[in-house]
Design a protein around this ligand. Structure first.
Ligand code: AMP
Ligand code: GLY
Length: 427
């Protein structure tokens, strides 16, 4: 099987690496990719960008691929999977209509209500007066969300009513701006990726992501600063409960609406004292959780994605997982999640990769004119390590991160620390 992967982040690097390890996969092409992926797959330019469905079809045809895997949310919401399927090719990723589960938080709330999925109480607002009423009705801490896509940065959680209102005002000022105000959910967060083919749901292993930029969950939200899997603190029944109460009813509701969901349904939940409550849906693999989930997946990935894309997930059987613990730490550019500084040289990747079980996935990297590796985005690298225990995986990943040289860069030092110390408790 030949596979074309669309995207250029560490998530896509992890997907490309896993596909490369699948004996059924003969070739992996990635567009646009990055210098890290260049070493293990054929990187092709995408002159029209990742939203250019026709350009992607042309590339898929040129390489006679059997499957196109679309990584990021923007092309999915823009309908690139539809364009690929309409051209008669197999695509892993939901249609534009189904991707609205991520593309519009108010749409997701509507589907959850119809499917009786447990989630935070919420109000959809289009004026500042409605927002003010909702803030008073739902109380502090306030949770204010931009309705549309915002690269993980559209949500403000704060005790400060003025800050909540200011964020709402900024979101409403956009063309067609809509804001969702939510009840605050207390409890550790879990990300669960469910492979879906329109009717069958196959869950992967759960992971935990660290969204805030600084240690101890301080500072603004980011796309994600680190992750680990498995979650030894989570109830053993959690995955089954999330499939039964969240993923399957959602997939069934989408099918009932005539817009079946095929791809990854990413369920972000808070595990509260009243049980899990959905915080968000995404229509794709999460970044950086994918880096740790795929580090432990032993079932070949290509066959799974192809089964999801072709409606055959009911035949895949039980998945196999490594017992090891995986941790990833994101190395981010100076000023991320604000406008990141780019063009800084990166060194130390080889030394980092010499730490046992450890490897470095690229995200915002590029080659400078003289061939040196330089930073080219906010999240630059995702360093991954495995260990017999979470403590060993953490020790290795941080030993590796210490080898990375990138001026002005920063990373969190407490990824998976609370779990290692057994300090996490359900809501
Ligand atoms: P989202 O983009 O909806 O995933 O939100 C980003 C982050 O904001 C989540 O990962 C949570 O850490 C936080 N968050 C979102 N909604 C809530 C909520 N209702 N209660 C508590 N925290 C939330
Ligand atoms: N790690 C969060 C996300 O991918 O949205």
């Amino acid at each position: 099987m030949k596979v074309l992967v669309i995207g250029s982040g560490a998530r896509e690097h992890a997907i490309v690496k896993a596909l490369g390890a699948d004996p059924e996969v003969d070739a992996v092409i990635v567009a646009p990719g990055n210098p890290g992926m260049d070493a293990i797959a054929l990187c092709e330019a995408l002159p029209g960008g990742v939203l250019d469905g026709e350009g992607i079809v042309e590339l898929a045809r040129r390489h006679t691929v059997d499957l196109v895997v679309i990584g990021p949310e923007a092309p999915l919401v823009a309908g690139v999977a539809d364009v690929v399927r309409d051209a008669g090719l197999l695509a892993f990723g939901p249609s534009a209509e189904a991707a609205q589960l991520e593309g519009s938080k108010s749409f997701a709330k509507d589907v959850m209500a119809a499917a009786d999925v447990p989630t935070a109480m919420a109000r959809v607002c289009t004026t500042l007066e409605e927002v003010a009423d909702a803030l008073d009705a739902l109380g502090a801490p306030h949770v204010v969300k931009d309705d549309g896509l915002a690269a993980g940065k559209g949500v403000v959680v704060t005790n400060d009513r003025a800050e909540a209102l200011a964020h709402a005002e900024a979101c409403l000022a956009k063309d067609g701006g809509v804001v969702v105000v939510e009840e605050f959910l207390d409890g550790p967060e879990v990300s669960l990726f469910c492979l879906c083919d329109g009717s069958t749901v196959v869950p992967l292993a759960p992971a935990q992501d660290f969204k805030r930029v600084f240690d101890e969950d301080q500072g603004p939200n980011t796309g994600g600063m680190g992750a680990y899997s498995p979650l030894d603190w989570a109830p053993g029944s959690l995955v089954d409960e999330l499939v039964t109460r969240v993923a399957q009813p959602t997939v069934d509701e989408m099918a009932r609406r005539g817009t079946p969901f095929a791809g990854v349904l990413y369920i972000g939940v808070a595990v509260t004292s009243r049980g899990p409550r959905v915080i968000e849906f995404n229509a794709r693999f999460g970044d950086p959780e994918t880096q740790v989930v795929l580090a432990r997946l032993q079932t070949p990935l290509g066959g799974l994605l192809k089964a999801a894309a072709s409606g055959d997930l009911d035949g895949v059987g039980a998945l196999h997982w490594s017992d090891q613990h995986a941790v990833t730490v994101v190395v981010a550019s100076h000023n991320y999640p604000g406008t990141p500084r780019t063009g800084d040289p990166i060194a130390g990747i080889e030394e980092a990769s010499e730490v046992p079980t450890t490897y470095v996935l690229h995200a915002g990297t590029a080659r400078g004119d003289d061939g040196t590796l330089v930073s080219a985005g906010g999240r630059v690298l995702s360093v991954v390590a495995l260990g017999e225990s979470l403590a060993q995986a953490r020790e290795r990943v941080y030993e590796a991160v210490d080898h990375i040289e990138l001026e002005g860069s920063h990373h969190r030092t407490d990824i998976a620390l609370a779990a290692e110390r057994e300090e996490l408790h359900v809501g």
